[in-house]
Write a protein that binds this ligand. Structure first.
Ligand code: PEP
Ligand code: MG
Length: 576
């Protein structure tokens, strides 16, 4: 039995067999060969090229029938790489010259190609690097005789163990086949962790050497609340976790008993408790957990795991469904927030050194009004079917808000010209998640209908801590006095301008921190649906006066640890 410590990403306990999925980067052995092996190595290379060609044509056929010819065309570029005479001849001549195994030689030649392409100024040619890498990995996989099974092909219920999982890998998981997952890297508020919470899959991320220690078939206990993974537990550990699972169920039942009651403090203040979603079909979970609306609909997930971009009608139908199903409750649709750790293959975004500081969210949308306005028109069209609001991510100052609103007005004009109905008074909010926006909240509040604090990013940008990097996770502190001061400034500025302020980052769903936020005057809390009953229970157990005292108390403290200890002690007092 071994115990690994990682970062608690999505709570819940699960037990089951491990299923390790390899990195798409291969460790390619370097082996010397003699003359007699050269023909065999050339044959191996040729067979791999043929096999890869067959795979790509197969894939192209499937995409063509499922999505259309245009989408399938992207594989033409992959086939061209396979037919590149220069590449093939260079591999064969180096093989003869260096007398090393063909997989190693091929990898070296690929590296050279990629570095040559990377130096070319032409953007189109630069984008071909992705094609070369993709085909290169396929060929290498075939040369080494490795298979990578897709997560959607799993037959039995397993616990996935991987070096890293992208948000789109996670989105492709089925809860009935994946009992949990463990990754070597990642942070608490990475989008992979957020997806796991949404899917209610217990997860531990940043368990640094999990893939080295765990083998496929090992039995694991994943404790997603404590961030612990037990490998091949003994009977005592299994029994202990079974008891804990039962206890957790008991606590959950206590919280669930208030899920359909309003979130009113003991002294009568009504607080809005909303849910975050990534996909329209989550609305049933939202309702089941007693949410009073949707405070964040992350629409970028709509673009993931597909080769094309959704059409205006597809956007419209998804938003209409959510608006109608939630009506009369409000639904805040956030416009496309790609970039950072969320990449969409459709848009061919150039590789960036620091994607979280790069061409992300509203910056991308303002540069691509075609994509942005298509989404805005769809939101506007859906606005007649319920209580829709929209908000822009990553606003860093008033000019961006104005530019986004200018495009919104253009989208409205385009609909007016076609006599398409929409809610002209739709409320438009700004996410406050960049320190410059937090510090100029008074200016932004003059032109926004509401604020929603994106604490996940606000913490990352204010404390200069990558939210997805386990190495610096110890510095990712929501209770840092700097964060509390920024939040206070945002809330006070919003209230001075008479607008509402909510929070849709993970911090809003952390009970001890929620106490502070309540005391600071936050109007709306939005969180993964599963956390809602607990938050409602908490709000119904406290007076606003008590929460204000707690907020005043923590604002006098100087370290995150002091704030955390203080808030935890108060939480204990309140919940008994
Ligand atoms: C946030 O940054 O807090 C937020 C809610 O947005 P996301 O997590 O999608 O970046
Ligand atoms: Mg954000």
């Amino acid at each position: 039995m071994k115990e690994l410590k990682g970062i608690a990403a999505a709570s819940g306990i699960s037990t089951g067999p491990a299923y390790k999925i390899g990195r798409e980067e291969f460790v390619v052995p370097k082996e010397e060969i003699d003359d007699s092996q050269i023909p065999l190595q050339i044959q191996l290379f040729e067979e791999s090229l043929i096999k890869t060609r067959r795979e790509i044509i197969e894939l192209q056929k499937r995409i063509s029938s499922e999505m259309g010819k245009d989408e399938a065309q992207i594989f033409d570029a992959h086939l061209l790489v396979l037919e590149d005479r220069m590449l093939i001849e260079e591999v064969i001549s180096r093989l003869k010259r260096d007398r090393l195994n063909v997989a190693f030689i091929f990898q070296e030649v690929m590296k050279k190609y990629v570095s040559v392409f990377a130096k070319i100024e032409d953007e189109y040619l630069k984008e071909r690097i992705a094609d070369i890498n993709d085909v290169g990995r396929r060929i290498l996989r075939n040369l080494l005789g490795k298979e990578r099974k897709g997560l959607s092909e799993l037959k039995e219920k397993v616990i996935i163990v991987a070096h890293d999982l992208s948000p789109s890998d996670t989105a492709a998981m089925h809860k009935d086949r994946v009992a949990g997952f463990v990754t070597d890297v990642g942070g608490k508020t990475s989008h992979t962790a957020i997806m796991a919470k949404s899917l209610e899959i217990p997860a531990v991320v940043g368990a640094e050497n999990a893939t080295q220690i765990i083998n496929t078939g090992d039995i694991l206990i994943v404790d997603g609340a404590l961030g612990v993974v037990i490998v091949n537990p003994d009977q005592a550990a299994l029994d202990l976790y079974r008891v804990q699972e039962k206890e957790l169920k008991g606590i959950a039942e206590k919280f669930l008993s208030v899920k359909d009651l309003p979130a009113i403090t003991k002294d009568g203040s009504k607080i809005e408790i909303n849910a975050n979603i990534e996909f329209p079909d989550e609305v049933s979970a939202v309702k089941m957990h007693g949410a009073e609306g949707i405070g964040l609909y992350r629409t970028e997930f709509f673009y993931m795991n597909r080769k094309d971009s959704p059409s205006e009608d597809e956007h419209y139908l998804a938003y209409k469904y959510v608006a109608e199903t939630m009506s009369p409750y409000p639904v805040i649709i956030r416009t496309l927030d790609l970039g950072g750790d969320k990449f969409l293959s459709q848009f061919k975004i150039p590789h960036e050194m620091q994607p979280f500081l790069g061409w992300r969210a509203i910056r991308f949308c303002l540069a691509r009004p075609d994509i942005f306005k298509l989404q805005l028109r769809a939101i506007l069209r859906a606005s007649v079917h319920g209580n829709l609001k929209l908000m822009y991510p990553m606003i860093s100052g008033i000019e961006e808000l104005r530019q986004a609103n200018k495009l919104l007005n253009e989208a409205k004009d385009e609909l007016r010209k076609k006599s398409v109905a929409f809610d002209d008074d739709i409320q438009v909010g700004a996410m406050i998640e960049v320190p410059s926006a937090a510090l100029t909240a008074d200016i932004l509040a003059q032109e926004a209908d509401f604020f929603s604090i994106g604490s996940n990013d606000l913490i990352q940008y204010s404390l200069a801590v990558d939210r997805a990097n386990e190495k610096v996770a110890y510095l990712y502190e929501p209770s840092h006095p700097a964060i509390l001061r920024l939040i206070k400034n945002i809330i006070d500025s919003a209230h001075k301008a008479d607008i509402n302020v909510g929070m849709c980052g993970e911090m809003a769903g952390e009970p001890s921190l929620a106490l502070i936020l309540l005391g600071l005057g936050l109007d709306e809390f939005s969180m993964p649906p599963q956390v809602i009953p607990e938050l409602k229970y908490l709000i119904r157990s406290i007076t606003l006066g008590q929460a204000k005292d707690i907020a005043e108390g923590v604002l006098r403290l100087s370290t995150s640890r002091e704030v955390e200890e203080y808030a935890q002690a108060k939480l204990k007092e309140i919940l008994g």
